[in-house]
Design a protein. Sequence first.
Lengths: 644, 364
Amino acid sequence: MRPEVKDYLYEQYHFKLRLGFTAFAVIGLFVLLAFRFFYLQIAQYAHYQTLAENNRISLVPIVANRGLIIDKNGVVLAHNFFVYTLEITPSKVKDLEATITGLSQFVEIGALDRKRFNKFRAQSRNFESLPIRTHLNELEAAKFAVNHYRFPGVEIKSRLFRHYPLGKLGSHMVGYIGRINDNDLVGLEKSDQLSNYKGSDHIGKSGLEQFYETYLHGTTGFQQVEIDADGHAVRVLSSTSPTPGDNLILSADSKMQEIAETAFGNRRGALVAINPKTGEVLSFVSMPTFDANLFVDGIDVDNWKSLNDSLDKPLINRPLRGIYPPGSTFKPFVALAGLENGKRTPPFSIQDSGFFTLPNSTHHYRDWKPGGHGMVDIQRAITISCDTFFYGLAMELGIEKLAAFVSHFGFGRLSGLDIKGESAGLLPTPDWKQRRFKQPWYQGETVITGIGQGYTLVTPMQLAQATAILANNGVAMKPHLVSKIEKAITGQPLVIAPLIQDKIAINAENLEIVKRGMVNVTLPGGTAASIGANAPYSIAAKTGTAQVVGIRQNEKYNASSIDERHRDHALFIAYAPAENPTIALAVIVENGGHGGSAAGPIARKVMDYYLLGKVPEVEAAGADKKPSVSTARNNAPSPEELHD
Amino acid sequence: MISKLLKPLGKHIDSFLMTCLLLTMLVGLFVLYSASGQSFERLYAQCINIIVALGFMWGAANIGPTKLERIALPLYVIGVLLLIAVALFGSISHGARRWLNLGVMQIQPSEIMRIAMPMMLAFYFSKRESKPVLADFAIGGLLLVVPVMLIMKQPDLGTALLVAASGFYILFLAGLSWKWLVGGIVLFAASTPILWPLLHDYQRRRIEILLDPTQDPLGAGYHTIQAIIALGSGGIAGKGWLNGTQAQLDFLPERTTDFIFAVFGEEFGLLGILLLLLLFSLIIMRGLVIASQAQSTFSRLLAGSITLTFFTYVFVNMGMVSGILPVVGVPLPLVSYGGTSMVTILLSFGILMSIHTHKNLVAN
C-alpha cells in the first residue's frame, strides 16, 4: 500500500478532535476531584472536624518493653520498671508558669525538674507531653489525681523506665539509653524507623544499648481510641499489641566484672578478657566507671560537670578508645615477626652490655637494666624483657616487614567488637609518617618500635585480641560481647556463632619459642614471677611499661619524684592455662608504674576466678570497705620484676 | 516611556496565561507562609525560585519553535545519556539514585527529561511524511519507555509518571488509534501481577496503604490520614489563613512541599479549593487553545502535551492529598515549595508562549 501523504487539514481536524476530547476529560476529572472535596468538606465535615480537634490523642502508641541485658549467669544488668510521671502538654496549657507553680503545691517540683523540663521543651514540639516530675510516689500521685480537674493539659502517666541495677558496674559495656534528640531522629528517618519510635522517648546512646538498639527496642503497638469532647478515652476501637524487644545474653560474668573493677580500686585503666577459642569477651572493664542510671532521664548539669570535668575521665571508654603505647607487651609479637622472617633463630644470641647503638651513631638506646643481661637468646629475651635484643632485631627486620607481620594480630585496625566508637590505634609505617608529618622515617624510630615505644599506639581491646590470637595459634576469632539474642516471648535464641576472622600461618616451632618465653615470664627469673607464684595452672604472660613523658639521655627515671599523672602506664598481657588457653587478657593501669607489679595482680585475680572460681579474700570476708589502693602481693617481688 | 521599553520585553509573553500563573503563584506564597510556620526565610527562598524560573520562562518564550525543534533530538540524547550515567555513577540520597555530580554542581537528569521527552516525540511525529502508522507509534513508545524505566529504577515514581504521561499525550494527540489505546490499557491491567514484584518495597507499600490507609496509621498511612483530616475539617469556608490546626500543630507531614494542598484546603475550605481549581482550569484551557491554534505539527503536539502534563501534575497531587491516588511524590505546580519543579513548569509555559507568539513567523 502506498503510504498516505499527509493531509494537513485532515490532520488538524483530527488533532482538534482529540484535543476536544482531552478538554472534556480534564473537566470531568476536575469535577470528580470537586466531588471528592465536597464529600470530605461538606458531607463528612463534622466527622473530620472532631478528628482534627482531638487529633493528638486519637491514636495512642503503646511502647514495647525494651529487651533486657543479662550476663552469662542470668544476672540482670538492664531492665525496665513502671514509674508515675507528671507530664504537661505545653500546647494545651494557657499559662505554663502558673500551672507549674500550682502543681508544686501538691507535688514537689525542684529547680532541677524545672531546668530539665525547659530543656525538653526547647528540644521538642509543642504538642508533645513532657515530664515535669518523674518517680512520683503514691501519695503525690493521689494528691494530684484529686486536683486533676484544676490542671487541664497535665496528666499523670505511667511510663517504663530503664534501670541498671548494678549501677556503676560495667557501665561502659552495657552503655545507657537517653532521650531521643534531633540527631537520633535523622538516623531513625534514614533507617525508616521513625514510625516505630512514635511514643518512644529513649534510644540507646552508648555501649550495647546503642549497638543492639534495633533488637532491644521491639515493635511499637498502637491503640485507636475514641474520645469525648474533653479528650478522655471512651473506648478502644482497635488495638495492635507491641512486640517486646529481644533480650541480650552476654558472655561476660558480672561477678568477674566486679572482681576486676574492685581490683583496680581507684586507679584508672582498662581490662579486656577474651576466650581465645570463641572470641567471646569475658570481661570488659574501663575504670573509673560511672552510674549509667544518671543518663536515662537526662543527666543534670552538676553530675554532668563532675563526670565530664573529672581528671580521671570516667566517661571515656578506655578499652576501645583509650590508646596507649604497648611498651614491652609488644615484644612477643616482634619476636614472632623476627622468627617468621628467618632472623634470630636459636641458638642465635647476643652479648647485651646494656645499650644498643646504630652504626655510625653515638646515641645509646638504653636497656632498662644498666650493665645489661649478658648472653641472651630470643626466648630469654622475652622472659627477661631484654630491650637491647629487640632494638637490634627491629632494626634488622625493618619497619615495613615488622608492621606487615604484626598487623595480622589486629594492631592498627578495628577489632570489630559489638560496641561503637572504636579507635584503630596506630601501627606506624614510613608511608604514614610521610602523610602525617611530611617527614621521612628515621632508623631510630624502627629501633624503638621494637620495644613498643615511639608512634605505636594500641587500645586495650586490640592488645587483648592480639594476645587471644597468639594463644589460639594464629587463628583470629571475631570478638563479641553478646553470645545470644533471645526473643522475649518465645525465648527462642539466636546464638552468635564463633566466627573466624583470619588465620595466620605460623611455623609451630617459632610459636613454641615465643610461647615458652612467655610462660617463663611467670616462673622464677621472669619479669612477672610473683604473678605465677602458687598458681595451680600455668600462665603465659608479658609485662610492659609505657612512658608517659620522655626521659632525657642522662636522666634517670625516678617514680617517686615525678607527678603521679606523669608516671609510666603499667601493662600486662596473659593467657591461661598456657597449654590449652581458655582466657586471654590485657590489663592497663594508667600511671601504675610497672606492668608486673601494678597490672599483673589484677589479671591474676580475674584468671583465678575464671579458672578456679576463686573469689578474692577481701571480698570473701564480706568486708564492704573500699578496696585499698595498693595491691596485695603474696611474694616480695624480685629486682627483676621492678623493671621490664 | 516605560511601556515602550517594556513592550519588546513582553512581546512573547501571553498576558492571559501570565496573569493566571502570577495569581496562582501569589496564592502559593500565602499558603507557603502559613505552611512553613510563618517563615520569612522560606518565603524569601521561594521568591528567588520564582524569579529564577520566570527568567527561564522568558528565555524559552523568546526562542522560536523552529529552534526548539532543532534541539529536540540532541537534548533527548543528552538526557538519556545522563540518565544512564546516573544509573552507573549517580550519588545516592534517601535510598534513591537521582543526582549526578558534575563537580561544579549536581544535576537531576530526570528533570531534563520532563522537557526533552515531549519535545523529542513531537519532533519525531512532525518528521513523519505520511500519516503515522503503527510502526511509528511503536518507535515512539520505545523512545518513551527507555527513559521512563531508567527513572523508575532510581527510583523516582513521581517523575517517571509525569515523564510517561507527557510522552503518552503526544502519542495520543498524534492519533494513536483507540483500538490500540484500549488494548494497551487492558494489557497493562493484565500485566500488573508481573510488574508488581518489580516495584520497590516502599512503592508497593504506598499502593497497599492507599487502598487501606488504616493499615499503617503510625507510619506511611499517617500522611494520607492527616491530610484527609486537614481537608475535611476545613469545611466550606476553611479555618482561615494561619489558623489550620492540622497544619500549625505539625500534624501534616511535608506540608510545604507535596502536601501543601492540604494546608490550603484546611485554611481556605471548599470555596478556596474551587477558586484554585478554576485558576488551574483557566491555565489548562488557555494551553489547549494555544495548542489548537498552533501551526506546525511539532508545536501543536508539544503545546498539547505540556498543557496536559500540567493538568496531570495538578490532578495527581490533589488526588493523592485527598486520598484517591497513591502518594507518589508529585508537587502541586506553582504552589509547592521547591526550585527545580518551579523552573521546569515555568519553562514549559515559556515554550507554550513561544509557540503562541511566534506562529506568524512559522512557515507552514
